[in-house]
Structure formats: structure tokens, C-alpha cells
Design a protein around this ligand. Sequence first.
Ligand code: CDP
Ligand code: MG
Length: 741
Amino acid sequence: LTEQELWDQEQQRRAGSSRQKKKSRYDVSDEDYVFEDHVDFVRDAMLLKGKDDVKKGKKADLAVPEIERSSRDSKKLAKLTAHEELLAVRKKLPVYAYREEFLEAVQDNQVLIVVGETGSGKTTQLPQYLHEVGYSKVGCIGCTQPRRVAAMSVAARVSKELDVVLGREVGYSIRFEDCTSQDTVIKYMTDGMLLREFLGEPDLQSYSVMMIDEAHERTLHTDVLFGLIKDIARFREDIKIVISSATMNAEAFSTYFDDAAIFNIPGRTYDVEILYTKAPEADYLDAAVVSVLQTHVSQPPGDILVFLTGQEEIEAAVENLLERTKALGARIKELLICPIYASLPSEQQAKIFEPTPKDARKVVIGTNIAETSLTIDGICYVIDTGFCKQKTYNPRSGIESLIVTPISQAQAAQRAGRAGRTQPGTCFRLYTKWSFAHELEENTIPEIQRTNMNSVVLMLKSLGIHDLLHFDFMDPPPAEMLIRALEQLYALGALNDRGELTKLGRRMAEFPCDPQLSKAIILGDKYGCVSECIIVGAMLNAGNAVYYRPKDRAVHADNARMNFARGGGGDHGALLRVYKQWADADMSTQWCFENYIQAKSMVRARDVRDQFAGLCERVELELSEASDVEALSKAICGGYFYNAAKLASSGEYKTVKQMKTVYVHPSSVMAHEEVMPKWVCYHELAFTSKEYMRNVLPIEPDWLCEIAPHYYQTSELKDSRKQKMPKGVGLAAGRGQNLPS
Ligand code: CDP
Ligand code: MG
């Protein structure tokens, strides 16, 4: 078919798509998809490039590793202990065959780019190899991960492989959770944590090797790390740098690191057949669920991996699947349904790695976390919806939102590759071949070019890097974004008018949170409510997972939530009351249950609060406590004054600076108030069908004049008569009733 004919067909399909869509799904099996393409994921042999080619045959003066000694023949496998079995599994990984070459390459090159398919063993094995030959005797072996979940689960896996207790020799460090000790020699951490470590140790002196893993993900923090690491490599000749990535863009990394050598680990992967839908799917969520069932009933054994965009979607899909499989009862084989997303409790996360029992099939439903950072064995079918959630940032409006966006072609290839790890597999793409070719970008835009840079700029400034416009970024962010960040930090008082870090800015940088929140905490000192500020900060950090709202008891749950709102202070006040009452109830789970609160989030919030408390001590902030909610409101407003909005008409707000129309999110306690406050300040915007403010705090315009006179002109804050307070809500009303003294 010519391009034109394909195009014509595509148009026809699109025209008839709604008719075709539902009809064919269930009863037709394979014909539902057109076989279109073939992806061969097998890579060529090891390729080396760059100035220092690895010398073959050079005998390394390395100790014989433990792993060598435990080789047994397969007949005896059944008698092996669990740990020996793990060792046997290690030896089967593709990287194992290249162990010696890898170690030699590290010895010969200060910076080494390692490329290999996901699942070949880079993350779990390479740090162990380095440990086995003694790099850990000189310093710690660090390995960064873009995701918390990955850092935790990989550290757990490696500690098991080494047969040690997690947190001792092998540990992990993620924001608000440090699971390492004096003995830790292999340390997995999020890229954000390593960035933070630079503040205390600008030359990374305690590390002998630093592996920047999942480099292809190009997160904001990884990109900034590149610049810092490249600099360190110049003056610390003894440090070894490993940049590891899935098979994407290796050349670009090499070029950036002054033509560093590339070490290619040939994958042992199988063909993946790629099938597209004939017509675009109107509802990809539904299509994904149906495809799972269809695959389950019609395809040979093998587990399924589904890519969706976020927790809510995943939960909906899980629920839907449970319902449908229940209805089908014994007519189908057992289907184990395992969700995976970043905020899933870890014991549930572990479930996805458990081997599937015979006669059953496992379906893992996840976000793009399962694209490269986690490897699940036994997957033969991938269902790719073609979407993911991506942060976008508009520097002009200063608005950052998380939006469901089409994935890139490179991501699509990664997703498909998950099906061919252990045997030939199939990838069902729930989009057309046409849209793959014409609507998907080739590569994902690095996060640094589409995100709010405030935190990172504050951190770089604290590291003494002044000229950000000329910082050696692999792909520089648009100048506009940097300037915007500088402006906002100036407005917060973290930088002076020459762009230099102020004393306040230095204190703000101590807190591992966005600069607005750290500013609010520090302002808490002025208003005498540091204690409340860190509680609210910790609760906000728990995200949208504080309140529990089961469908069948939604009314009760909403009532419970509104009880917390009584006493003013909007969502922030409510979160404070939730925490305080929980603390008064001895942090009991029973209390959470009775009040429709998620106990796990509370425990997490407590840990975060405690960390904040420790940091306050470090920057000499007394944990003052206020008796009314106004102090808290003022402090929060002082950090988030940028997010002020004014009531425009019923239910509709306009942001003060950009005059953007925004709405109160239905989950906010303010959404249920009879009288809307005239002025509010929001924590963040979320874009779904409309631009929604999440976590809304009523404020007074006078506060804006007082707190940010350099930012707001009085004219912008006209109509500053006292705002109406919602019926029955006064600061005093809540005090006796809800706020434990
Ligand atoms: O980093 P890369 O994608 O190359 O592979 P890896 O994460 O080191 O995974 C190597 C092997 O370890 C895979 O077969 C995984 O199934 C296994 N693994 C695991 O069982 N549990 C984890 N938490 C991580 C990896
Ligand atoms: Mg990995």
C-alpha cells in the first residue's frame, strides 16, 4: 500500500471508528488487531566506542567472586537453598557473561556508559560486581534511580542476593527515608537524594563509584546530576562514574561525557510481535480491560503487563477486572490482578514479583514505572494504551500540571520490549499504526525542558553555581524557565536582586521540599506556628491519599471530612486537625478507620513531620505552637502567595497575577462550603476537565500586601474588604471543639 492509500484507509477507519469500536472487541480474538510490524529486540554484539577501547584478554587482578564457587549442575538445583538459587539466577542474567569485560572497562575508563536491555541485570548486578572486586573498600558504591519504588525494591533484592539485612551492607536512601548504616557499601538512592547529598559533600568524597542508572529517563534530577558529576570527574581522578541506560540514546551520553566509552550488553531478548488496533480507541481504559480478558481467554500461558497512566486509572481497571472475572466465574482460569504504582504500599508492590502459580495467569497493571525501572519476569503480553502522565510547565503562567500525554515512540518500543524477555511475546498497542507513526514524538522531551525549576535552581545556587545560564546541561532548559525560577526565588526572598543566595535562601535549601513550603515553615517562626506548619507540610506531602472514600460509604466519608473542616483554615486547617486528633488518639489505626482516614498515609506523614522537626533544629527554628489557625494560614500564604486567586463569580476563581480561571477541586473541603471565601491561596493546580485548585486556603488580601509587597501592587488587591466567612465557621468555633489543646 502506498502512503496515500494508508492515509485514506486511516481516514475511513476514523470515520467509522465509533461503530466499529464496541462491536468486535469481545468475541473476536486476534482479528481484532491487524498484524503490522515486527520488532526485533536482539542487539548486535558488544560495541565499544571512544578513546579507551577495552583491552581484551588483560587479566584483572581481581579476587574470585563468591558467585563463581557456587556453580552446581542443574540436576542438583532442587536441593539448593533459597540463597543458592538466587546465585544461580544471577549467573543466568545477560550481564553475567560480561562481568570481566565490564570490570576491566571500569578500570580503564573513568566514565563508562553502559547500555543494555531492561532486565539484563545492570541495576542489581553491576554494583555487586564492583563490590566483589573491592571498590567498596575505598568508598561506597552509589547507584541512583529516578524512582523511589525502584530504589527500595532493588536494594531489597540485592540485599537478598548478598544474604544480608537490608539497611546494613546494602541500603537505600530516598526522600524522608534513610535506610542505610555505617556498614553500607552498596547504596541505592533516588537521583534527588544524591543531589541533596551534594549540599553536604560537594565532591562525593565518600563514594568510590557512582552509577547514574536509568539515565535514559532523563529526569530533571538526573540531568542536573550529569552536570555536577561531569565536573567532579575532572578533579577527582579516583572516582569511577558509570552511566547506565536502556538501549536509547547512548551516543548522546557518550558525546556529552567527552566521548566516553560505551559498553554494550547484548540482550537475550526474543521477538515481539506488535499489533495495532484497526481504529482509534475512544476509551483506552475500557479497551485495556477488555484486551486483558480477551488475551486471558484466547492466548497461550504467559503473564500480561498493562500500561495505564496513574493510580486512579489503575484502581478503576483493577476493580473493573475483578467484577468481570467474578461474573465469568469458573468459566475462565484464575487471573491474578496486581496493580503497581509509585504510592502503592511496599508489601503490595512485592506481589508483582511473586511467581505465578500454575494454571493461573498474572496481570500486572502499572504506570510507566514498569517501562524500564522494574523488571517483572514471565511477561509475554504487553497491552500498551499509548499514554502516560507527564509534567508540563508553562513558565509564562507559572502553572505546572500533570497531564495525560501520548508516549513517545522510544517509550512504545520500551513497553513492547517488556513482552520478549523470556520468550517470544506479543504487544497489543491500543492505537493505530498510523498514529504511532504520525502522532507520537520520536523521543520523550527531557523533563528539564518542561518543568518548574525552582527547587533545582535553589539547590544549584546553594552549591555555589551562580551562572546557571551557562551551566553545562546536556540539554539546557529554555532560558525563560530559568529566569522564571530566579524570579520566583527572588519573590520568596531566597535570592537577592543580584541573584545571590540570601541567608533565608540558605535556610530554605535545607528542607527537602519545594521552596514555597520551606518558606512557609520558616515564616512559621515569625507567626509562632512552626509546629503546625511542619504538620501541614507533612500532610500535604502525603498527597491525595489522606482521606478514605469508599464508594458505598461516600456520604459518611464526606461527613467525616467536613468535620475536620470545621474550625476554618480550609484544607490546610482540616489536614492539621486530622493529624492532631490522630496524634491525640495515640495514632491509632482504629481511629483512622472510624474517621475515614488512610492509616498508612498518617504513618508516613508522621515520619515526614519528624524529619522536618529534625531539620528545624538544624536551622535553629523553635517548634512554636499557635492557638489559632490564622497564624498557620498566614505562614502558608507567605510561602504560596504566588498561588493567590480571587472569587470571580459563583464557584469560579481567577488567579490574581495571570487572571486564569480556576475552580475548587471537588475533593477540597472548600467545595462544600455554602459561602465561598473571596480570596484563597491554593497548594497546586491539577488539570483534568478543568483547571482545579487542590488544597485551598481562605486568605485575606491584606496578608498579601504584608507578606509580598514587592510582588503585589495594592491595586491588584483592591476590594480588600473583609472576606465573608462561611456560615458557622469562625476561628473560635473550631478551637474548643476540634483542636486539642
Ligand atoms: O537494571 P536492569 O533492567 O538491566 O535489570 P535488573 O533490574 O538488575 O534486573 C535483573 C533481574 O533481577 C531481573 O530478572 C529481575 O526480575 C530481577 N529483579 C527482581 O527479582 N526484583 C527486583 N526488585 C529487581 C530485579
Ligand atoms: Mg535497571
